[in-house]
Design a protein around this ligand. Structure first.
Ligand SMILES: [Zn+2]
Length: 129
C-alpha cells in the first residue's frame, strides 16, 4: 500500500496530513536522518528510506542476509552457485541476436545496449513503426 492508494480509496480531500515534528533550524541532511528514524522506528507505508546506507552498512546487511540464508538451508548457496555456473556455461559463450539487427555476446550485452550503433539503429526502427 502507498499513500496514493489511500488518496485514491478515500479521496484526497478526506485525507489529513499531520506533521509529526516541526524543526526551525535544521540542515537537509539532519532532516533526512530524522525522517529515516521515523520510518525505521514506526509502522510506515514509505517504501524508500530517505537516508541512504553507507557501503559498510550495505556489506554488513548483505553478510547478515547470506548468514540467514545459510542458516535456513546450508545447501542453498551451493545449489544457486551450481545453477548460475551451469547457466553461464550454457548461455555465456553464445551469440545473441539483438532486436536492432546486430549481435552481442552475453558478457557484452550491457555495452551493446549503450552503444551508439544500437541506439541509432533502434531510433531508425522506432521511426519506421
Ligand atoms: Zn542492438
Amino acid at each position: 500500500m502507498t499513500i496514493f492508494d489511500l488518496f485514491e480509496k478515500y479521496g484526497l480531500q478526506n485525507c489529513k496530513i499531520n506533521p509529526v515534528e516541526v524543526f526551525d533550524d535544521i540542515t537537509f541532511e539532519e532532516l533526512r536522518t530524522k525522517e529515516s528514524e521515523y520510518i525505521l522506528n514506526n509502522p510506515c507505508i514509505n517504501k524508500q528510506n530517505p537516508k541512504p546506507i553507507t557501503p559498510q552498512e550495505y556489506k554488513n546487511r548483505k553478510k547478515e542476509y547470506y548468514r540467514n540464508v545459510i542458516k535456513a538451508d546450508p545447501e542453498k548457496l551451493k545449489k544457486l552457485c551450481v545453477k548460475a555456473k551451469q547457466w553461464i556455461e550454457k548461455n555465456g559463450q553464445g551469440v545473441f541476436q539483438c532486436e536492432c539487427g546486430d549481435t552481442y555476446t552475453y558478457k557484452h550485452k550491457a555495452r551493446h545496449y549503450q552503444s551508439i550503433r544500437h541506439k541509432t539503429k533502434m531510433e531508425k526502427i522506432n521511426q519506421t513503426i
